[in-house]
Design a protein around this ligand. Structure first.
Ligand code: NAP
Length: 238
């Protein structure tokens, strides 16, 4: 355990990348606010954090309930203390040709992958500024930089997230808030359970490797920022 302190809000904490990130950041000494909807899955993450002597607390919240996000951040601040970081890892995928995708499904993807990140980040920025700076990491994707047939709606959300991250990095630079847009290729997590097809998960990145990059974003010296990272499986998977 090393000497970092402060509270990091982690969305998607019940998911594959979020869980690995929770453990990695807790190992550094950060206190984690674990955000998600599934109490059972969040509890597994909490237990893994506690098993290494880390500090964390669950905050059950559907992130598409935008109007509740201000109260969520307020509660995290009151119950855990000064907020020093935000990792936006919640996300979902639906693979379908654009011609066939229902507008409600398009909107569902946009709501979670893009609008919720915007809405939550907006609530967190003043807390980071009040604390003299901080780190924001957005889990975008290689699908935020390249397009793939069938992945149009997902790509649109992730291209949007890349634009959001780049703009925030410019807007917040003077406030010592470092914004990192992380674009991994395929990562072996439960996200792929929702995608039809035969994918070789052994060729994908593992979530712990993605978490190592998040750790870099938090641990680089304050004068350096990891603004955009493409992290690909070396063996030729997506
Ligand atoms: N896996 C990959 O290949 C890959 C590659 C590049 C980028 N990414 C991105 O990395 C991020 C994490 O992906 P992952 O692979 O860890 O996915 P995952 O294992 O499927 O986890 C998804 C997370 O999103 C949360 N979530 C879903 N809907 C939510 C809602 N309405 N409100 C709050 N939380 C919600 C889930 O929590 P609850 O169900 O508990 O709410 C879960 O924690 C995503 O943004 C994904 O797009 C993934």
């Amino acid at each position: 355990m090393t000497n970092f302190s402060g509270v990091v809000i982690l969305t998607g904490a019940s998911g594959g990348i979020g869980r690995a990130t929770a453990v990695a950041l807790a190992e550094l000494g950060f206190t984690l606010a674990l955000v998600g909807r599934s109490v059972a899955e969040l509890t597994i993450t909490l237990e893994q954090v506690q098993a290494i002597g880390g500090q964390a607390q669950l905050f059950v919240q559907d992130l598409t309930e935008y109007a509740r996000l201000g109260a969520l951040v307020e509660r995290i601040h009151t119950e855990l203390g000064a907020i020093t970081g935000l990792v936006n890892s919640a996300g979902m995928v639906q693979v379908q040709p654009l011609e066939q995708m229902a507008i409600g499904d398009w909107e569902r993807l946009m709501a979670l992958n893009l609008t919720a990140v915007f809405a939550l980040t907006q609530q967190v920025i003043p807390r980071l500024r009040a604390n003299g700076g901080g780190v924001i990491v957005n889990l975008a994707s290689i699908a935020g930089l390249r397009t793939f047939p069938g992945w149009g709606a997902y790509c649109a959300t992730k291209f949007g997230l890349v634009a959001l991250g780049r703009t925030l990095a410019e807007e917040l630079r003077a406030d010592q808030i470092r914004v990192c847009t992380l674009c991994p290729g395929a990562v072996a997590t439960p996200l792929w359970d929702t995608v039809a097809g035969d994918f070789n998960r052994a060729k994908m990145l593992d979530p712990q490797t993605v978490a190592q990059v998040v750790v870099q974003a938090f641990t680089l010296p304050a004068h350096a920022v990891l603004e955009e990272v493409i992290l690909m499986p070396a063996g030729g998977a997506l």
